[in-house]
Design a protein around this ligand. Structure first.
Ligand code: SIN
Length: 511
């Protein structure tokens, strides 16, 4: 029984990227009534929409895709999870993306052009130009919008989970835009709650993620007592455009560009990747990212040279971005930039978290598929496959109510400056000490600063409420989880690279 005025949903999905959409679809196909909420003002403002790289398929050879995933992960990916991914890849792509959504993947007359990207041993990736994510997400959202069992609420943030004795009963939602003097929290009671809140890019100064990637789902789940895992495995993309100092606008230069022959050259005009790895520019992402960082440090800059391909014809969207940024083609200055969290809320093969009735899918989840380093073009696929699985599993559980946490009234006078200043401090610490390489001493320093910062934020959260304050709290919790996990793992593996304190200090002095 619910109190008058309280809202209920059989399945509550938080997040509107491919994983959230697939979860909503999976649940609705099982007959569930679904409420999908997103804090974005436009549901398409999700990381999926920004995805340039495509979606990997198995192309009838799941074993080969499995081998590449496990090799890219430095042998750390969970085999059982990878088996699920590779065996369901082709059917999920065909069923949802091709037959249901009619995504116009590149290729002539209804056939597909399969591309190759770094660390893939075969051509098996589907693209739509260099804006695959947008061409997947927009039709997906339109399809869900027309579905009679799915309701989508935008500009609606989940602030906290409603929990009781190890079980999740829904979430408290912030239904009004930041800064408005209205009650801040409305509980929605759900039979199952699926978090699909995306990544943690806002914890770093530069990221390929949209601004809203503040680690919300991970922080809410962790604060509610759910297990998280592999948080130290933060992936940096090797080739984001590096704008001149002082101009903040960066964008991803997809791995697909290296897949068709672009090469990396250092400040002395020399190609360097063959010295670092036998697969040169097509080595796993963590290897290329560290090599690019090192060459930038030693020679001043690194460029991606696209003179060996017909860049404008093959990547018109990227060429337009380069023109807008004033890039002097054919050389695109690049730098490693935070891109993806391989860890997250620990889930099983159906997206079930350690708390009853809680699920997580997409980047906020740790399925085990990526291990310590993700193979390119597997994130859309993981979101699709786990989203469908979690949605189907979550259906059929009637909502029940318990007492929801009381949230404080919104404080219209809360200075946004508070959150902005703290965010800058948090990002600086993460960039300096918890970036591409970490040292024990750096991680200790980061932990101390972040604990202090979280204490200051918690003091604010106890006395007032605003959406940006919750985002800051979530980013602080998430940054601390990353830092602690990194400090607890002394072994360099995949994208977690540990150096001695002396080396970190020598490099800092050389800067
Ligand atoms: C890229 O296009 O290089 C990024 C794709 C991905 O992260 O999977």
């Amino acid at each position: 029984m619910s109190a008058p005025g309280t809202r209920e949903a059989e399945v509550l999905v938080v997040g509107s990227g491919i994983a959230g959409c697939a979860a909503a679809l999976g649940a609705a196909r099982e007959g569930a009534e679904v409420l999908l909420v997103t804090k974005a003002e436009r549901p398409e403002d999700a990381a999926t929409d920004w995805a340039q790289g495509g979606i990997a398929t198995a192309r009838g050879d799941p074993e080969s895709l499995k081998e590449d995933i496990i090799a890219a992960s430095d042998g750390t990916a969970d085999e059982e999870a990878v088996d699920v991914l590779v065996s369901e890849a082709d059917s999920a792509v065909r069923d949802v993306l091709v037959e249901t959504l009619d995504v116009p993947f590149d290729g002539p007359d209804g056939s597909f052009d399969y591309a190759r990207e770094a660390a893939h041993s075969e051509e098996r990736i589907l693209h739509v130009d260099a804006s695959t994510g947008e061409h997947v997400l927009r039709p997906f959202l339109n399809y869900l919008d027309d579905h009679d069992r799915i309701e989508i609420l935008e500009d609606t943030a989940a602030l906290d989970l409603v929990t009781h004795e190890g079980r999740v009963y829904g979430a408290v939602l912030d239904t009004t835009p930041d800064g408005e003097p209205a009650p801040a929290g409305e509980p929605v009671y759900a039979g199952a709650t699926i978090l699909a809140t995306g990544g943690i890019g806002a914890c770093y100064g530069r990221s390929t993620n949209p601004e809203g990637a503040t680690g919300d789902g991970i922080a809410m789940a962790a604060l509610a007592g759910a297990d998280v895992a592999d948080m130290e495995f933060v992936q940096f993309h090797p080739t984001a455009y590096a704008p001149p100092e002082g101009d903040g606008n960066s964008f991803l230069v997809s791995e697909a560009v290296r897949g068709v022959g672009a090469v990396l050259a250092n400040g002395e005009g020399e190609r360097f990747m063959p010295e670092y790895h036998e697969d040169a520019e097509l080595a796993p992402r963590d290897v290329v990212a560290r090599a690019v960082a090192r060459e930038r440090e030693h020679t001043g800059e690194v460029v991606l040279d696209v003179s060996g391909l017909d860049f404008r014809a093959e990547f018109p969207d990227l060429a337009a971005l380069c023109d807008e940024a004033g890039v002097d083609l054919p050389e695109i200055p690049v730098a490693p930039t935070q891109h993806f969290l391989c860890g997250g809320i620990d889930v099983d093969l159906h997206g079930r978290a350690s708390l009853a009735r809680l699920y997580a899918v997409g980047e906020c989840a740790r399925t085990g598929v990526h291990g310590a380093n993700r193979l390119g073009s597997t994130s859309l696929l993981e979101g699709l496959v786990w989203g469908l699985r979690a949605g189907a599993d979550a259906a059929g559980k009637p909502p029940e109510t318990v007492e929801a946490p009381e949230l404080l009234d919104r404080d219209p006078d809360l200075p946004d400056r508070f959150a902005a200043e703290k965010f800058i401090r948090l990002q600086r610490v993460m960039d300096e000490y918890v970036g591409l390489q970490r040292s024990p001493d750096g991680l200790r320093r980061a932990g101390a600063v972040l604990r202090r910062l979280k204490g200051e934020v918690d003091a604010y959260v106890r006395t007032r409420t605003s959406r940006s304050l919750y985002e800051l709290r979530n980013a602080a919790v998430t940054a601390l989880l990353v830092t602690r996990a990194a400090a607890d793992n002394p072994e360099s593996v995949g994208c977690h690279h540990v150096v001695e304190d002396e080396q970190a200090e020598a490099e800092a002095t050389a800067d």
